[in-house]
Design a protein around this ligand. Structure first.
Ligand SMILES: Cc1cc2nc3c(=O)[nH]c(=O)nc-3n(C[C@H](O)[C@H](O)[C@H](O)COP(=O)(O)OP(=O)(O)OC[C@H]3O[C@@H](n4cnc5c(N)ncnc54)[C@H](O)[C@@H]3O)c2cc1C
Length: 465
């Protein structure tokens, strides 16, 4: 490709769900579209390929979704998890526009399935992709091909040239010479900065070296940094992110959903000092799993250990790695590298504090401990039936919330509050407008789909006028 000869209408940076949605929408509106994807083809589609579902508002059973899920209930759910730290205009826009997201995906070759065991409680609110995020993204890439959208892989954007608040050119790293792409409009959909460990360390300190990144290693935040440097408004707290506790043996990047450990509420969790540090039975696991990444991040060496006994085997979705198993708590302690005396003491104290009750993992059963500094408030049962099993836990970062400000047309806002002329943003790179903190299962893909469509439509309209 000859440098500086591209005469594009709309350039999309990032080949995930938000980017492909914007690309397809812009191409359908008549724009000549090009997608720059930093990853090689084998690793295209960023974090989107790891997903399972999105959360659409709906007025009746559609496809795999049961019941109804209206704007007010959705808004209340979002308000609760974010503690009010959300832009109401953009959040309500996301909710309302999500009503057509399932139909849009279906029209573009994505199929849906009912939730499987372990996620049945999400059957009303979350639409599950048949074959998961990878099948969804393959369908969208097929559509992009059908529409004649150019896709460049290994196309890492390393510079953006602006004239004031107007985008002019993107520079892609290449040998021997970098390549340059000019377009009338830009859609930035290059994700957050979760896989940039150095950047995470600037915020979290050295402990970030012990974080595992659940998704793509390619979301390093270069585009986000460039947009801020070119005057784009900064939105979101750099420390806010979605982080869960995952199996400590998971790979540094791209472990995906199979590394999640879902038995915390069935047992106890201790740190490297063999001490408990939080109420494992505070609420249903799906409502609490997103706080455990942070909790473990605050422990020595950023490690936790879940301990269960044989009563709990079969009651949760097993992670991909088998547990460490032993016939006694002392032996288990030795095998996982904890102080034997201390772990036996912690378990004995816990067991002695368990109050009588009827265990029922399908409801908040009130089976609790009494008299401990940190009580377990539901599903407390003595750990007394060998063999005992342990899974190690480490913080698993899903995605960061620091982003660029946008308006209802998905136009990037400048630090002055004015919209940029021709820069739009969608997906993780602007999710912090809606998610100031906390998380609602399925809203990541919902934000990407809604703002992907808005950005694609607006970018094409601007480019073609
Ligand atoms: C394990 C896991 C499970 C998840 N499950 C769900 C779920 O079930 N439901 C849900 O709603 N959300 C889920 N999420 C969150 C969800 O993945 C994101 O919210 C969503 O995928 C964001 O889409 P996106 O297009 O903005 O980002 P991505 O899909 O991450 O796409 C960004 C793309 O930008 C590219 N890129 C980055 N930098 C550059 C650059 N400099 N130049 C060119 N390209 C670049 C990357 O290669 C990447 O392909 C999950 C995340 C993970 C990690």
């Amino acid at each position: 490709m000859t440098p500086k000869t591209r005469k594009l209408d709309t350039l999309i940076i990032g080949g995930g769900h938000a980017g492909l949605t914007a690309a397809i929408t812009a191409a359908e509106a008549g724009a000549r579209v090009c997608v720059l994807e930093g990853a090689p083809k084998s690793h295209r589609a960023g974090n989107s390929r790891h997903t399972r579902n999105l959360r659409p508002m709906h007025q009746g059973p559609i496809l795999s979704l049961t019941g109804t899920y209206g704007e007010d209930e959705y808004w209340d759910d979002l308000l609760r998890v974010t503690d009010g730290q959300t832009n109401e205009t953009l959040a309500r826009l996301t909710i309302r526009e999500s009503a057509q997201s399932v139909a849009w995906l279906y029209r573009h070759g994505v199929h849906f399935q009912p939730p499987l065991g372990g996620t049945l409680h999400l059957g009303r609110t979350n639409a599950f992709f048949l074959g998961g995020g990878k099948a969804l993204m393959n369908a969208l890439y097929r559509e992009a091909g059908r529409l004649g959208i150019e896709v460049h892989y290994n196309a890492e954007v390393i510079d953006l040239k602006f004239d004031g608040k107007r985008f002019e050119e993107a520079v892609v790293k290449a040998e021997p010479d970098n390549r340059s792409f000019q377009a009338k409009t830009l859609v930035a959909a290059a994700g957050g900065f979760e896989s940039n460990i150095e950047w995470l360390k600037e915020i979290w300190g050295a402990v970030a070296d012990n974080f595992l990144i659940r998704g793509t290693p390619y979301n390093r935040g270069e585009v986000l940094k460039l947009l801020h440097a070119r005057g784009g408004q900064q939105v979101g707290d750099p420390k806010q992110c979605h982080a869960v506790a995952i199996d400590g043996r998971a790979p540094k990047f791209d472990g995906g959903i199979v590394t999640r450990v879902d038995c915390v509420s069935l047992g106890i969790v201790v740190n490297d000092n063999a001490s408990r540090f939080y109420d494992e039975g505070e609420d249903f696991w799906p409502k609490r799993y997103a706080i455990w990444g942070r909790l473990v991040a605050q422990q020595p060496n950023q490690i936790g250990h879940v301990i269960i006994d044989s009563k709990s085997i079969g009651a949760f979705m097993p992670p991909v790695f088998p547990p460490i198993v032993a016939d006694t708590i002392g032996d288990l302690a030795r095998r996982i590298g904890l102080d034997e005396t201390q772990l036996v003491k912690t378990v004995n104290r816990f067991n002695a504090a368990v109050q009588p009750g009827t265990f029922d993992h399908t409801e908040l059963d009130g089976c609790k401990t009494q008299g401990l500094e940190i009580n377990k408030t539901n599903w407390a049962r003595p750990l007394d039936q060998p063999p005992f099993s342990a899974y190690s836990l480490k913080p698993g970062i899903t995605f960061t919330y620091l982003g660029v400000g946008v308006n209802e047309k998905a136009q990037m806002l400048m630090a002055t509050g004015e919209p940029s002329d021709n820069v739009f943003a969608a997906g993780e790179i602007m999710a912090g407008n809606v998610l100031g903190k906390g998380y609602l299962a399925g809203i990541g893909m919902t934000i990407g789909g809604v703002f992907g469509q808005i950005a694609g439509r607006e970018a094409a309209q601007y480019a073609l006028k």
